[in-house]
Design a protein around this ligand. Structure first.
Ligand SMILES: NC(=O)c1ccc[n+]([C@@H]2O[C@H](COP(=O)([O-])OP(=O)(O)OC[C@H]3O[C@@H](n4cnc5c(N)ncnc54)[C@H](O)[C@@H]3O)[C@@H](O)[C@H]2O)c1
Ligand SMILES: [Zn+2]
Length: 365
């Protein structure tokens, strides 16, 4: 904990803590001082190394002699060949089991770096310094790490808790609007499944003001941490976080089949949330007014995704491939109110089809 004059808060998230507040990087510096690592390494991607590393080094003196390692930006870096390069780099610099890896980046860097740290010499310590909004409120929290294999996301991975996750809001200043909206979708989801007042606060906020965003980011990170704390190994409760994701994954995968219109994860989840809020209403779980408010906000923030009815089938097929849909049965997380979710609701393919068709007609040009 920081001294009372400092602006630092700590939250427990299963096997690790999340550190928030204006002085979070000072707390990181102190933690590194105590960690007594034999060597420090910083992993980032080309963008985060350019945009965020100078600030990190200026605020965290213990990192000034750290070795840096940069990977290309984007999902393509979540790859075993990239891991091999990093493992080799650590070995070339004689990193032993007391070495520590600082992951500076979005979800790609924390997933990749967490996995490398969790496996090098059977596990070395790491800390996460998320730099994207999605990283701050979602990907860096909870100890899930992994890389992709043969085009399948997160096929290979381990649970490896970082020593801590340190959230420093000013990093968001260099992030583009599209990436901010990408992370905002997960924040909206947090409000919808867990905390109605958080949803209200987001609905009333201005995204472009990073200072005004800080309390909302902290609340979302705290919600993710709270869910992880109650279900650290994803045995049940974490499923509440799947709201918007079953249809979202189908839409995301579909969009990647035509390079013209590839969606970011959060953009697809926003569409998934419209469809799944509608299903919640159709199945008498959610009132119409709540559904209308949810849809209105999402359609106002996110660009429409247009497709033909004939494409519904392909999206449903892609949903079936999702590892969360056991033996082809769809099990959804749906809403019973704004701020409250119900997990494992069985939904038929015909109902999914109806939900997609509903969205399609809503955004028809
Ligand atoms: N482990 C988990 O629990 C979990 C949860 C959700 C998502 N994820 C993973 O997270 C990944 C997506 O994360 P993401 O959206 O952060 O993607 P990302 O890491 O690719 O970051 C998005 C883009 O923003 C750039 N960027 C990041 N921070 C920046 C900054 N401050 N200034 C300028 N540019 C910056 C990156 O270089 C990249 O080009 C996916 O691979 C997903 O599987 C993991
Ligand atoms: Zn998500």
């Amino acid at each position: 904990m920081g001294s009372p004059s400092q602006d630092v808060q700590e939250i427990e998230a299963g096997g690790h803590r999340v550190v928030l507040g204006r002085d979070s990087l000072r707390a990181l510096d102190r933690a590194l001082g105590k960690a007594d690592a034999t060597a420090l390494f910083i992993l980032g991607d080309v963008n985060t190394m350019r945009q965020c590393l100078p600030e990190l080094l200026a605020r965290v003196p213990h990192l000034r002699d750290a070795r840096t390692l940069s990977v290309p930006g984007g999902e393509g870096s979540k790859d075993l060949a990239v891991c091999a390069g990093i493992w080799q780099h650590l070995a070339n610099h004689a990193a032993d089991r007391q070495a520590l890896l600082v992951c500076l980046g979005g979800g790609v860097v924390t997933d990749l770096g967490g996995f490398v740290a969790g496996t090098y010499k059977r596990g070395i310590a790491c800390v996460h310094v998320p730099t994207s909004l999605l990283g701050m409120v979602d990907a860096s929290i909870g100890g899930k790490t992994g890389v992709d294999l043969g085009g399948v996301k997160n096929m290979v991975g381990v649970f490896h808790d970082p020593l801590g996750v340190y959230i420093h809001m000013p990093f968001l200043k260099s992030l583009g609007k599209r990436e901010l909206l990408n992370g905002l979708a997960e924040m909206i989801k947090h409000g919808l499944v867990w905390d109605a007042s958080h949803w209200e606060a987001i609905a009333a906020s201005a995204l472009h003001d990073i200072d005004a965003l800080a309390p909302l980011v902290y609340r979302s990170a705290a919600i993710k941490a709270e869910v992880v704390q109650q279900d650290p190994r994803e045995s049940g409760l974490r499923k509440v976080l799947n709201f918007g994701h079953t249809i979202g994954h189908g839409v995301e995968a579909h969009s990647w089949e035509s390079p013209r219109r590839m969606l970011l994860h959060g953009e697809a989840v926003a569409i998934g949330m419209v469809c799944e809020a509608w299903l919640s209403w159709r199945m008498d779980l959610l009132d119409r007014e709540s559904y209308d408010r949810i849809t209105q906000l999402l359609l106002q923030l996110y660009k429409p995704y247009r497709f033909d009815s004939a494409e519904n089938h392909r999206m449903i097929e892609l949903m079936r491939n999702d590892k969360k849909n056991v033996s082809g049965q769809f099990r959804f997380t749906l809403l019973t109110a704004i701020g409250q979710a119900k997990v494992d609701v069985p939904v038929s393919a015909a109902q999914v089809q109806e939900a997609l068709e509903h969205y399609r007609l809503l955004v028809r040009a």
